[in-house]
Design a protein around this ligand. Sequence first.
Ligand code: HAM
Length: 424
Amino acid sequence: MARIQAVRGMNDILPADTPAWRYLEDTSKQLFAQYGLEEIRTPIVESTDLFKRSIGEVTDIVEKEMYTFEDRNGDSLTLRPEGTASVVRACEEHGLLYNQTQRLFYTGPMFRHERPQKGRYRQFHQIGVECFGFNGPDVDAELIVMTYRLWQRLGLADQVRLQINSLGTAACRDTFRSALLEFLRPLKDQLDEDSQRRLDTNPLRILDSKNPHTQSLLADAPRFEDFLSEESKAHFDSLCRTLDAQAVPYEINPRLVRGLDYYCLTVFEWVTDALGAQGTVCAGGRYDGLVEQLGGKACPAVGFAMGIERLILLLQSLNLLPETVGNNVDIYIVAAGAGTEGYALEVAEALRAASPSIRVRLHHGGGSFKSQLKKADKSGAVHALIIGEGELADRRVTLKSLRSDAAQETLAFEALPGKLNGLI
Ligand code: HAM
Protein backbone atom coordinates (compact mmCIF):
# COMPACT_ATOMS: atom_id res chain seq x y z
CA MET A 1 0.00 0.00 0.00
CA ALA A 2 1.23 3.50 -0.78
CA ARG A 3 2.70 5.28 2.20
CA ILE A 4 0.74 8.31 3.40
CA GLN A 5 2.81 11.47 3.39
CA ALA A 6 2.48 14.83 5.08
CA VAL A 7 0.33 17.41 3.31
CA ARG A 8 2.33 19.51 0.82
CA GLY A 9 3.73 22.64 2.41
CA MET A 10 3.15 21.34 5.94
CA ASN A 11 6.33 20.26 7.65
CA ASP A 12 7.25 17.92 10.44
CA ILE A 13 9.64 19.54 12.86
CA LEU A 14 11.99 16.74 13.74
CA PRO A 15 13.98 16.25 16.97
CA ALA A 16 17.12 17.55 15.28
CA ASP A 17 15.39 20.90 14.74
CA THR A 18 13.15 21.34 17.77
CA PRO A 19 16.01 22.60 19.98
CA ALA A 20 16.49 25.52 17.58
CA TRP A 21 12.77 26.23 17.72
CA ARG A 22 12.80 26.14 21.50
CA TYR A 23 15.82 28.42 21.58
CA LEU A 24 14.05 31.00 19.40
CA GLU A 25 10.78 30.71 21.32
CA ASP A 26 12.48 30.85 24.73
CA THR A 27 14.67 33.81 23.75
CA SER A 28 11.60 35.67 22.48
CA LYS A 29 9.49 34.86 25.53
CA GLN A 30 12.25 35.91 27.90
CA LEU A 31 12.52 39.21 26.02
CA PHE A 32 8.75 39.75 25.99
CA ALA A 33 8.66 39.30 29.76
CA GLN A 34 11.20 42.12 30.01
CA TYR A 35 8.75 44.34 28.17
CA GLY A 36 5.78 43.43 30.34
CA LEU A 37 3.90 41.35 27.76
CA GLU A 38 1.42 38.62 28.68
CA GLU A 39 0.59 35.50 26.68
CA ILE A 40 -2.71 34.76 24.96
CA ARG A 41 -3.68 31.50 23.24
CA THR A 42 -6.57 31.38 20.80
CA PRO A 43 -8.08 28.51 18.76
CA ILE A 44 -6.58 27.54 15.43
CA VAL A 45 -10.03 27.57 13.79
CA GLU A 46 -12.32 30.62 13.65
CA SER A 47 -15.47 31.67 11.81
CA THR A 48 -14.55 32.48 8.21
CA ASP A 49 -16.18 35.91 8.51
CA LEU A 50 -13.64 36.98 11.11
CA PHE A 51 -10.82 36.88 8.57
CA LYS A 52 -12.92 38.22 5.69
CA ARG A 53 -13.91 41.24 7.74
CA SER A 54 -10.46 41.95 9.18
CA ILE A 55 -7.84 40.99 6.59
CA GLY A 56 -10.08 42.28 3.78
CA GLU A 57 -12.12 40.56 1.06
CA VAL A 58 -9.79 41.76 -1.70
CA THR A 59 -6.48 40.47 -0.40
CA ASP A 60 -4.42 37.49 -1.55
CA ILE A 61 -5.02 35.80 1.78
CA VAL A 62 -8.82 35.95 1.67
CA GLU A 63 -9.19 35.58 -2.10
CA LYS A 64 -6.85 32.65 -2.64
CA GLU A 65 -5.12 31.33 0.42
CA MET A 66 -7.52 30.41 3.19
CA TYR A 67 -8.23 26.85 4.27
CA THR A 68 -11.99 27.17 4.57
CA PHE A 69 -14.40 24.31 5.17
CA GLU A 70 -17.89 23.60 6.40
CA ASP A 71 -18.12 21.75 9.67
CA ARG A 72 -20.80 19.19 10.41
CA ASN A 73 -23.24 21.93 11.39
CA GLY A 74 -22.79 23.66 8.06
CA ASP A 75 -20.86 26.58 9.62
CA SER A 76 -18.08 28.05 7.53
CA LEU A 77 -14.81 27.78 9.44
CA THR A 78 -11.25 28.72 8.49
CA LEU A 79 -7.84 27.62 9.73
CA ARG A 80 -6.34 30.88 10.91
CA PRO A 81 -4.07 32.49 8.30
CA GLU A 82 -2.71 34.93 10.92
CA GLY A 83 -3.14 35.79 14.58
CA THR A 84 -4.20 39.43 14.82
CA ALA A 85 -7.88 38.94 13.97
CA SER A 86 -8.21 36.11 16.48
CA VAL A 87 -6.57 38.14 19.24
CA VAL A 88 -8.92 41.07 18.59
CA ARG A 89 -11.91 38.72 18.65
CA ALA A 90 -10.78 37.08 21.89
CA CYS A 91 -10.07 40.39 23.62
CA GLU A 92 -13.48 41.76 22.65
CA GLU A 93 -15.30 38.57 23.56
CA HIS A 94 -13.79 38.53 27.05
CA GLY A 95 -13.99 42.24 27.76
CA LEU A 96 -10.20 42.66 27.84
CA LEU A 97 -10.40 46.00 26.07
CA TYR A 98 -13.02 47.51 28.34
CA ASN A 99 -11.28 50.47 30.03
CA GLN A 100 -8.02 48.56 29.87
CA THR A 101 -4.85 48.38 27.88
CA GLN A 102 -3.30 45.08 26.82
CA ARG A 103 0.18 44.02 25.76
CA LEU A 104 -0.03 40.46 24.48
CA PHE A 105 2.03 37.85 22.67
CA TYR A 106 1.15 34.53 21.06
CA THR A 107 2.85 31.80 19.15
CA GLY A 108 1.55 28.99 16.98
CA PRO A 109 0.75 27.61 13.56
CA MET A 110 -0.92 29.64 10.80
CA PHE A 111 -2.25 28.31 7.49
CA ARG A 112 -2.13 29.80 4.00
CA HIS A 113 -2.55 27.94 0.75
CA GLU A 114 0.44 29.55 -0.98
CA ARG A 115 2.84 27.95 -3.44
CA PRO A 116 5.40 26.29 -1.17
CA GLN A 117 9.06 27.16 -1.58
CA LYS A 118 12.01 27.79 0.72
CA GLY A 119 10.74 30.01 3.54
CA ARG A 120 7.12 29.80 2.39
CA TYR A 121 4.88 27.04 3.65
CA ARG A 122 1.19 26.22 3.94
CA GLN A 123 1.45 25.58 7.63
CA PHE A 124 3.95 27.98 9.15
CA HIS A 125 4.48 29.41 12.60
CA GLN A 126 4.45 32.91 13.94
CA ILE A 127 5.44 34.59 17.15
CA GLY A 128 3.28 37.68 17.36
CA VAL A 129 2.68 40.67 19.60
CA GLU A 130 -0.42 42.87 19.83
CA CYS A 131 -0.88 45.95 22.02
CA PHE A 132 -4.26 47.61 22.59
CA GLY A 133 -5.32 50.94 23.97
CA PHE A 134 -2.24 53.01 23.09
CA ASN A 135 -2.34 55.75 20.48
CA GLY A 136 1.39 55.74 19.94
CA PRO A 137 3.78 56.50 18.47
CA ASP A 138 5.75 55.70 21.64
CA VAL A 139 4.44 52.15 21.71
CA ASP A 140 5.09 51.68 17.97
CA ALA A 141 8.68 52.68 18.65
CA GLU A 142 9.03 50.45 21.70
CA LEU A 143 7.83 47.41 19.74
CA ILE A 144 10.36 48.08 17.00
CA VAL A 145 13.13 48.63 19.55
CA MET A 146 12.12 45.33 21.15
CA THR A 147 12.44 43.46 17.84
CA TYR A 148 15.84 45.07 17.30
CA ARG A 149 16.93 43.86 20.70
CA LEU A 150 15.79 40.37 19.75
CA TRP A 151 17.95 40.44 16.60
CA GLN A 152 20.86 41.57 18.75
CA ARG A 153 20.34 38.70 21.18
CA LEU A 154 20.12 36.21 18.32
CA GLY A 155 23.17 37.63 16.58
CA LEU A 156 21.04 38.72 13.60
CA ALA A 157 21.23 42.51 13.91
CA ASP A 158 23.61 42.79 10.94
CA GLN A 159 21.50 40.50 8.80
CA VAL A 160 18.14 42.26 8.83
CA ARG A 161 17.10 45.71 7.64
CA LEU A 162 14.15 47.67 8.96
CA GLN A 163 11.78 49.28 6.46
CA ILE A 164 9.09 51.62 7.71
CA ASN A 165 6.32 53.67 6.19
CA SER A 166 3.16 55.50 7.21
CA LEU A 167 -0.19 54.61 5.66
CA GLY A 168 -1.84 57.61 7.32
CA THR A 169 -5.38 57.55 8.61
CA ALA A 170 -8.37 56.16 6.71
CA ALA A 171 -9.14 59.71 5.51
CA CYS A 172 -5.59 60.19 4.13
CA ARG A 173 -5.87 56.87 2.36
CA ASP A 174 -9.19 57.82 0.75
CA THR A 175 -7.78 60.99 -0.82
CA PHE A 176 -4.65 59.16 -1.89
CA ARG A 177 -6.72 56.34 -3.38
CA SER A 178 -8.64 58.82 -5.57
CA ALA A 179 -5.42 60.44 -6.77
CA LEU A 180 -3.83 57.06 -7.47
CA LEU A 181 -6.90 55.92 -9.41
CA GLU A 182 -6.86 59.05 -11.50
CA PHE A 183 -3.22 58.33 -12.34
CA LEU A 184 -3.64 54.60 -13.01
CA ARG A 185 -6.95 54.47 -14.93
CA PRO A 186 -5.44 55.71 -18.22
CA LEU A 187 -2.66 53.09 -17.81
CA LYS A 188 -5.03 50.22 -17.11
CA ASP A 189 -4.19 48.24 -20.27
CA GLN A 190 -0.52 48.30 -19.46
CA LEU A 191 -0.88 46.93 -15.93
CA ASP A 192 -0.36 43.26 -15.08
CA GLU A 193 -3.49 41.14 -14.71
CA ASP A 194 -3.63 41.19 -10.91
CA SER A 195 -3.16 44.95 -10.80
CA GLN A 196 -5.93 45.48 -13.38
CA ARG A 197 -8.29 43.57 -11.14
CA ARG A 198 -7.16 45.51 -8.10
CA LEU A 199 -7.77 48.84 -9.79
CA ASP A 200 -11.43 48.66 -8.86
CA THR A 201 -11.12 46.81 -5.60
CA ASN A 202 -7.88 47.62 -3.80
CA PRO A 203 -5.69 50.00 -5.83
CA LEU A 204 -3.22 50.63 -3.01
CA ARG A 205 -2.05 47.04 -3.33
CA ILE A 206 -0.89 47.82 -6.87
CA LEU A 207 1.99 49.75 -5.33
CA ASP A 208 3.18 46.44 -3.93
CA SER A 209 3.07 44.64 -7.31
CA LYS A 210 6.07 42.45 -8.02
CA ASN A 211 5.61 42.93 -11.77
CA PRO A 212 8.59 44.95 -13.14
CA HIS A 213 6.58 46.68 -15.86
CA THR A 214 3.88 47.75 -13.40
CA GLN A 215 6.60 48.95 -11.07
CA SER A 216 8.13 51.06 -13.86
CA LEU A 217 4.71 52.61 -14.58
CA LEU A 218 4.47 53.57 -10.95
CA ALA A 219 7.60 55.69 -11.04
CA ASP A 220 5.56 58.86 -11.59
CA ALA A 221 2.58 57.84 -9.48
CA PRO A 222 1.37 60.18 -6.74
CA ARG A 223 3.39 59.71 -3.56
CA PHE A 224 1.56 58.71 -0.47
CA GLU A 225 3.64 60.95 1.76
CA ASP A 226 2.18 63.99 -0.01
CA PHE A 227 -1.27 62.96 1.18
CA LEU A 228 -0.49 62.47 4.84
CA SER A 229 -2.37 64.73 7.24
CA GLU A 230 -0.38 66.88 9.68
CA GLU A 231 -1.33 64.50 12.45
CA SER A 232 -0.17 61.43 10.55
CA LYS A 233 3.07 63.16 9.65
CA ALA A 234 3.68 64.10 13.28
CA HIS A 235 3.07 60.48 14.32
CA PHE A 236 5.57 59.20 11.78
CA ASP A 237 8.18 61.89 12.51
CA SER A 238 8.01 61.15 16.19
CA LEU A 239 8.49 57.43 15.50
CA CYS A 240 11.53 58.19 13.34
CA ARG A 241 13.01 60.46 16.02
CA THR A 242 12.65 57.77 18.67
CA LEU A 243 14.28 55.18 16.43
CA ASP A 244 17.13 57.65 15.79
CA ALA A 245 17.51 58.25 19.51
CA GLN A 246 17.64 54.51 20.15
CA ALA A 247 20.14 54.04 17.30
CA VAL A 248 17.87 51.63 15.44
CA PRO A 249 18.79 51.88 11.74
CA TYR A 250 15.84 52.05 9.31
CA GLU A 251 14.93 52.86 5.73
CA ILE A 252 11.75 54.69 4.80
CA ASN A 253 10.08 52.71 2.03
CA PRO A 254 7.17 54.70 0.55
CA ARG A 255 6.02 51.58 -1.35
CA LEU A 256 5.53 49.51 1.78
CA VAL A 257 1.77 48.92 1.96
CA ARG A 258 1.47 45.39 3.50
CA GLY A 259 -0.82 42.64 2.27
CA LEU A 260 -3.55 42.94 4.89
CA ASP A 261 -6.16 45.70 4.81
CA TYR A 262 -6.38 46.61 8.48
CA TYR A 263 -3.27 48.79 8.75
CA CYS A 264 -3.04 52.55 9.25
CA LEU A 265 -0.22 54.95 10.17
CA THR A 266 2.92 52.97 11.08
CA VAL A 267 3.80 49.88 9.04
CA PHE A 268 7.15 48.09 9.16
CA GLU A 269 8.99 45.04 7.93
CA TRP A 270 12.34 43.50 8.87
CA VAL A 271 13.89 41.97 5.76
CA THR A 272 17.00 39.94 5.04
CA ASP A 273 18.85 39.29 1.79
CA ALA A 274 20.10 35.94 3.06
CA LEU A 275 16.93 33.92 2.38
CA GLY A 276 16.21 34.59 -1.28
CA ALA A 277 12.69 35.66 -2.24
CA GLN A 278 11.09 35.07 1.16
CA GLY A 279 13.13 37.67 2.98
CA THR A 280 10.60 39.23 5.34
CA VAL A 281 11.20 37.76 8.78
CA CYS A 282 8.99 40.09 10.82
CA ALA A 283 6.22 42.48 9.86
CA GLY A 284 3.49 44.54 11.40
CA GLY A 285 2.06 47.93 12.10
CA ARG A 286 -0.78 49.91 13.56
CA TYR A 287 -4.43 48.92 13.04
CA ASP A 288 -6.49 51.51 14.92
CA GLY A 289 -9.73 50.75 13.05
CA LEU A 290 -9.89 46.98 13.40
CA VAL A 291 -11.45 46.60 16.83
CA GLU A 292 -14.36 48.83 15.87
CA GLN A 293 -14.63 47.17 12.47
CA LEU A 294 -15.13 43.86 14.24
CA GLY A 295 -17.91 45.25 16.40
CA GLY A 296 -16.04 46.61 19.41
CA LYS A 297 -15.61 50.10 20.78
CA ALA A 298 -12.90 52.00 18.90
CA CYS A 299 -9.51 51.07 20.32
CA PRO A 300 -6.06 51.89 18.96
CA ALA A 301 -3.83 48.88 18.36
CA VAL A 302 -0.41 47.96 17.04
CA GLY A 303 1.51 44.72 16.63
CA PHE A 304 3.71 42.51 14.52
CA ALA A 305 4.43 38.87 13.78
CA MET A 306 7.65 37.06 12.95
CA GLY A 307 7.94 33.93 10.84
CA ILE A 308 9.59 31.24 12.93
CA GLU A 309 10.62 29.04 9.96
CA ARG A 310 12.37 31.97 8.26
CA LEU A 311 14.23 32.95 11.41
CA ILE A 312 15.33 29.36 12.01
CA LEU A 313 16.53 29.08 8.39
CA LEU A 314 18.47 32.29 8.89
CA LEU A 315 20.01 31.21 12.21
CA GLN A 316 20.96 27.82 10.78
CA SER A 317 22.36 29.09 7.49
CA LEU A 318 24.52 31.64 9.31
CA ASN A 319 25.59 29.16 11.97
CA LEU A 320 24.28 31.39 14.70
CA LEU A 321 22.80 28.76 17.00
CA PRO A 322 24.77 28.54 20.24
CA GLU A 323 26.63 25.25 20.69
CA THR A 324 24.48 24.27 23.64
CA VAL A 325 21.38 24.31 21.42
CA GLY A 326 20.75 20.74 20.36
CA ASN A 327 22.49 19.20 23.31
CA ASN A 328 19.70 17.29 25.03
CA VAL A 329 21.57 15.00 27.40
CA ASP A 330 23.91 15.71 30.32
CA ILE A 331 24.43 12.19 31.63
CA TYR A 332 24.13 8.86 29.85
CA ILE A 333 23.98 5.83 32.14
CA VAL A 334 25.36 2.54 30.87
CA ALA A 335 24.98 -0.71 32.76
CA ALA A 336 26.03 -4.28 32.08
CA GLY A 337 26.12 -7.40 34.25
CA ALA A 338 23.67 -9.36 36.34
CA GLY A 339 21.29 -7.21 38.37
CA THR A 340 22.79 -3.89 37.24
CA GLU A 341 19.68 -2.67 35.38
CA GLY A 342 17.67 -2.12 38.55
CA TYR A 343 20.55 -0.31 40.20
CA ALA A 344 21.04 1.88 37.10
CA LEU A 345 17.38 2.98 37.26
CA GLU A 346 17.83 3.75 40.97
CA VAL A 347 20.84 5.95 40.18
CA ALA A 348 19.01 7.72 37.33
CA GLU A 349 15.99 8.44 39.52
CA ALA A 350 18.17 9.68 42.38
CA LEU A 351 19.86 12.16 40.04
CA ARG A 352 16.53 13.36 38.63
CA ALA A 353 15.18 13.78 42.16
CA ALA A 354 18.23 15.75 43.22
CA SER A 355 18.10 18.25 40.36
CA PRO A 356 15.06 19.09 38.18
CA SER A 357 17.28 20.51 35.45
CA ILE A 358 19.61 17.53 35.00
CA ARG A 359 19.00 15.55 31.81
CA VAL A 360 19.69 11.87 32.28
CA ARG A 361 19.31 9.27 29.56
CA LEU A 362 19.27 5.69 30.81
CA HIS A 363 20.50 3.08 28.36
CA HIS A 364 17.91 0.48 27.43
CA GLY A 365 18.27 -2.68 25.42
CA GLY A 366 21.45 -4.15 26.89
CA GLY A 367 24.65 -4.76 24.90
CA SER A 368 28.32 -4.59 25.78
CA PHE A 369 29.89 -1.62 27.57
CA LYS A 370 31.63 -0.77 24.32
CA SER A 371 28.43 -0.55 22.28
CA GLN A 372 26.61 1.28 25.08
CA LEU A 373 29.41 3.85 25.36
CA LYS A 374 29.21 4.44 21.62
CA LYS A 375 25.53 5.33 22.08
CA ALA A 376 26.45 7.53 25.03
CA ASP A 377 28.90 9.43 22.87
CA LYS A 378 26.38 9.80 20.04
CA SER A 379 23.75 11.15 22.43
CA GLY A 380 25.83 14.27 22.96
CA ALA A 381 26.03 13.62 26.71
CA VAL A 382 28.89 15.28 28.52
CA HIS A 383 29.40 12.43 30.99
CA ALA A 384 28.71 8.73 31.14
CA LEU A 385 27.99 6.86 34.34
CA ILE A 386 29.21 3.30 34.16
CA ILE A 387 27.60 0.62 36.27
CA GLY A 388 28.95 -2.92 36.32
CA GLU A 389 28.69 -5.78 38.76
CA GLY A 390 31.56 -4.29 40.81
CA GLU A 391 29.78 -0.95 41.19
CA LEU A 392 26.54 -2.74 42.07
CA ALA A 393 28.25 -4.81 44.78
CA ASP A 394 29.50 -1.82 46.78
CA ARG A 395 26.90 0.76 45.63
CA ARG A 396 29.31 2.89 43.75
CA VAL A 397 29.29 4.39 40.23
CA THR A 398 32.03 5.21 37.75
CA LEU A 399 31.95 8.67 36.20
CA LYS A 400 33.58 9.09 32.80
CA SER A 401 33.92 12.33 30.90
CA LEU A 402 32.93 11.91 27.25
CA ARG A 403 34.21 15.29 26.16
CA SER A 404 37.60 15.56 27.88
CA ASP A 405 40.56 13.37 28.75
CA ALA A 406 39.86 13.64 32.48
CA ALA A 407 40.54 10.32 34.24
CA GLN A 408 37.46 8.36 35.13
CA GLU A 409 36.55 8.21 38.78
CA THR A 410 34.63 5.75 40.91
CA LEU A 411 32.61 7.24 43.74
CA ALA A 412 29.93 6.36 46.26
CA PHE A 413 26.32 6.55 45.06
CA GLU A 414 25.50 9.16 47.77
CA ALA A 415 28.37 11.41 46.65
CA LEU A 416 27.15 11.55 43.04
CA PRO A 417 24.59 14.42 43.11
CA GLY A 418 27.09 16.66 44.89
CA LYS A 419 29.84 15.80 42.42
CA LEU A 420 27.60 16.44 39.39
CA ASN A 421 26.38 19.70 40.85
CA GLY A 422 29.82 21.10 40.27
CA LEU A 423 30.16 19.60 36.79
CA ILE A 424 26.85 20.35 35.06
P1 HAM B 1 2.20 38.89 7.59
O1 HAM B 1 3.14 39.85 6.94
O2 HAM B 1 1.17 38.27 6.75
O3 HAM B 1 1.55 39.65 8.82
O4 HAM B 1 3.04 37.72 8.27
C1 HAM B 1 4.04 38.00 9.22
C2 HAM B 1 5.25 37.11 8.99
O5 HAM B 1 4.87 35.73 8.97
C3 HAM B 1 5.93 37.30 7.64
O6 HAM B 1 6.80 38.41 7.68
C4 HAM B 1 6.69 36.01 7.49
O7 HAM B 1 7.90 36.04 8.25
C5 HAM B 1 5.75 35.01 8.12
N1 HAM B 1 4.97 34.33 7.06
C6 HAM B 1 3.86 34.77 6.44
N2 HAM B 1 3.44 33.86 5.54
C7 HAM B 1 4.29 32.82 5.58
C8 HAM B 1 4.39 31.56 4.90
N3 HAM B 1 3.48 31.17 4.00
N4 HAM B 1 5.41 30.73 5.23
C9 HAM B 1 6.33 31.09 6.15
N5 HAM B 1 6.28 32.26 6.83
C10 HAM B 1 5.29 33.12 6.56
C11 HAM B 1 0.65 39.13 9.66
O8 HAM B 1 0.37 37.97 9.70
C12 HAM B 1 0.10 40.12 10.66
N6 HAM B 1 -0.89 39.44 11.49
C13 HAM B 1 1.21 40.72 11.49
C14 HAM B 1 0.68 41.71 12.50
C15 HAM B 1 0.46 41.48 13.80
N7 HAM B 1 0.34 42.96 12.25
C16 HAM B 1 -0.11 43.52 13.37
N8 HAM B 1 -0.05 42.64 14.31
